[in-house]
Design a protein around this ligand. Structure first.
Ligand SMILES: Nc1ncnc2c1ncn2[C@@H]1O[C@H](COP(=O)(O)OP(=O)(O)OP(=O)(O)O)[C@@H](O)[C@H]1O
Ligand SMILES: [Mg+2]
Length: 235
């Protein structure tokens, strides 16, 4: 298996990482049979890929063997975001029979986290994902990992997440408050449930903490605390 050195360019955020820890605990409490978990949302840009990455890092950091699977083969995000400069193979190439499983799994410098990139954009993503080869592939990789976290396109826009949901143990539904109408969220949620996938829960993302008195006062407190300990660790 090839090893890649990934760079997470995001700035540490106390509230975000605490929320990810809570999400990780809730996933663990869902039971050992929940291994393949997809993350989706109604619309683009709600933060799915970021949450999948953070959750994979978090589960890896506590010793769980994790595979981050980028199943958004319309718009793969991770290679660019994680500073990968070399050419990497991905899921679309496996599903179209061009490469084998060992060619697309990359070991990473993040503890216990392997990654599969989306690969080049395919002309018929939902068709490819509906093929039996995807099901067989997921069945095979689940033998090697504690968790397989699957990034998908928005279910309110394209059908891919529902197709993927047919082969998953659970789904996390992400919502950006204020940008999604109740009816749209309800429709997307129902679509996900119809796929037969158990919806483990919903996550609110991109909450504006500065407009909330409770959050903003705590944010200030912890922000100061973190700056201070950062300074101390550099002494
Ligand atoms: N909690 C957050 N707070 C602020 N910005 C965020 C947060 N989560 C994600 N973002 C930013 O929002 C943008 C979209 O995030 P991301 O790519 O993870 O969304 P996505 O749902 O995967 O989008 P797409 O549907 O297009 O794949 C990025 O620029 C990311 O840095
Ligand atoms: Mg994404």
């Amino acid at each position: 298996m090839k090893k890649l050195n990934l760079t997470d360019k995001r700035k540490p955020d106390y509230f975000y990482s605490e929320a990810i820890k809570t999400l990780r605990t809730n996933i663990q409490l869902s039971g050992q049979s929940i291994k393949t978990i997809l993350v989706t949302s109604c619309f683009p840009n709600e933060g799915k890929s970021d949450v999948v990455l953070s959750l994979a890092q978090e589960l890896g950091s506590i010793g769980k063997k994790v595979l981050l699977l980028d199943a958004d083969i319309r718009k793969t995000a991770y290679a660019g975001r994680l500073g990968v400069e070399e050419e990497v193979k991905g899921l679309s190439q496996l599903l179209s029979g061009q490469v084998g499983l060992q060619d697309i799994i990359y070991e990473t410098n993040f503890p216990n986290m392997d990654i599969i990139f989306g690969g080049p954009a395919a002309p018929n993503p939902s068709g490819l994902l509906s093929e039996n080869i995807f099901k067989v592939f997921l069945k095979e990789v689940r033998e090697y990992y504690n968790y397989i976290l699957i990034d998908t396109p928005p279910i309110g826009t394209v059908i891919d997440a529902a197709v993927i949901g047919r082969c998953c143990d659970g789904a996390i539904f992400l919502i950006q408050p204020g940008s999604v109408r109740y009816r749209d969220a309800q429709k997307a949620f129902a679509q996900l449930e119809r796929s037969g996938c158990r919806v483990l829960g919903a996550v609110m993302n991109k909450i504006d903490t500065s407009s909330d008195k409770y959050y903003s006062s705590y944010y200030k407190h912890y922000g100061e605390y973190y700056r201070r300990s950062d300074d101390e660790s550099q002494k």
